[in-house]
Design a protein around this ligand. Structure first.
Ligand code: AQP
Length: 355
């Protein structure tokens, strides 16, 4: 039971070309969820500074992610599409969450460990605090559901921990101001100001792996372009990348259990399932016993069929930067009004004078 109004929030960093992992793991879910929810989708430009402060093309990439949202079918009139830096309340709440969260929580984040590498002392403080800003992005709207890929699961758990600690630390103030909302925590019904957000993760494409190495996730920052399918790739490039994708010499198994220990095969089956809205079981029922020389062309045809319209629409929308900027401006204004309403109460709960 939760007294919070259902609201979906998610974000994508403008750190490079969007790939099939971003599309199947996140954006396709954004589109599906907008049918029956209020949704806020954000290009998280402040997050992109954590790994690289100076970007020559941050503006272009912010517009390009926005174009991908719109080309995929997100409706910016019914829902909200904007870039994070326009709504300064995200950064304000992130600061408060920096004081709620513990350094030990941040140090345990696997994405921080991966991205900081061996030279942790030299990573930006922003990279360490990244999950705190992500919690603020979500909770400044008191969003209840967050569609993401599997790699963001740990950050969402931290968002829940931050919300819970804030609700506990300020429980007396929340009660005396009468701003708590009832929600179920275990067997108890408690009043909290921030919801305990539900991740929306799952399906066959929650973690798409590199086409060159089935143990690494498909990523914008992989130096090999052959490792990923970009949303902007043309049909020939998509087919070539799938043809060259690493596989093993065996035929596809008839059942999912047979994919055990075959990460590259499992990945290609997952991609097919994600693109076709099928389960992996159904894909194997169709292709079990067939060689990759049969399966790869079928996968390439499907990928081209599904991605070409998005790429075409992205090109069309990208040419109209005035339209993209107007969408972001309008979305930023609407998001800002909602975020400020939350922050007014947060300041009151904490005791920050803003009259
Ligand atoms: N390989 C993936 N499979 C499924 N989902 C994925 N996502 C990312 N990679 C995969 C999901 O896409 C959304 C946007 O991700 P992001 O750009 O905000 O950050 P990221 O997770 O760090 O993505 P990348 O592509 O790997 O970027 P770089 O290389 O810059 O780190 C998120 O919901 C994410 O889960």
């Amino acid at each position: 039971m939760s007294g919070f109004k259902q609201l979906v929030f998610s974000g994508v960093q403008p750190t490079g070309n969007l790939h099939l992992g971003n599309y199947l793991g996140a954006i396709k879910k954004f589109v599906a969820l907008q049918e029956s929810n209020d949704c806020i989708y954000c290009v998280v430009d402040l997050h992109s500074l954590t790994a690289q402060l100076v970007h020559d093309d941050l503006v272009a990439q912010t517009r390009s992610i926005t174009a991908a949202f719109l080309a995929s079918g997100i409706d910016p009139k019914k829902h909200i599409v904007f870039n994070q830096s326009r709504v300064m309340q995200h950064a304000e709440l992130a600061w408060i969450f920096n004081c709620v969260a513990r350094i030990g929580w941040m140090n345990r984040m696997t994405q921080f460990k991966d991205k900081a590498g061996k030279d942790r002392e030299n990573a930006s403080l922003g990279l360490l605090a990244y999950p705190s800003l992500m919690a603020a992005d979500i909770l400044v709207y008191r969003a209840t559901h967050v569609p993401v890929g599997d790699d963001q699961k740990q950050h969402l758990e931290l968002t829940r921990d931050i919300a819970q600690k804030f609700n506990n630390d300020f429980s007396a103030r929340i009660a005396s101001l009468g701003v708590g909302v009832p929600m179920q925590i275990g067997d108890e019904t408690v009043n909290g100001f921030f919801p305990i957000t539900e991740p929306v993760i799952g399906g066959p494409a929650a973690r798409i792996m590199s086409l060159r190495d089935g143990s690494k996730k498909m990523s914008k920052s992989d130096p090999s372009d052959l490792s990923r399918i970009n949303l902007t790739d043309d049909a020939d490039t998509i087919s070539k990348k799938i043809r060259k994708a690493k596989t093993d010499p065996d035929a596809l198994p008839g059942e999912v259990a047979g994919l055990e220990g075959r990460p590259e095969a499992e990945n290609l089956v997952g991609i097919y399932a994600g693109l076709a809205d099928m389960t992996k079981e159904a894909v194997l029922a169709e292709f079990g016993g067939r060689q990759f020389s049969d399966f790869k062309p079928a996968l390439a045809d499907l990928a081209v069929e599904k991605l070409a319209p998005v790429a075409g629409e992205m090109r069309r929308i990208s040419a109209d930067t005035a339209y993209i900027d107007a969408v972001l401006r309008d979305g930023g204004e609407r998001a800002g009004t909602k975020a400020e309403a939350t922050m007014k109460t947060v300041r009151e709960i904490i005791g920050l004078l803003d009259n």
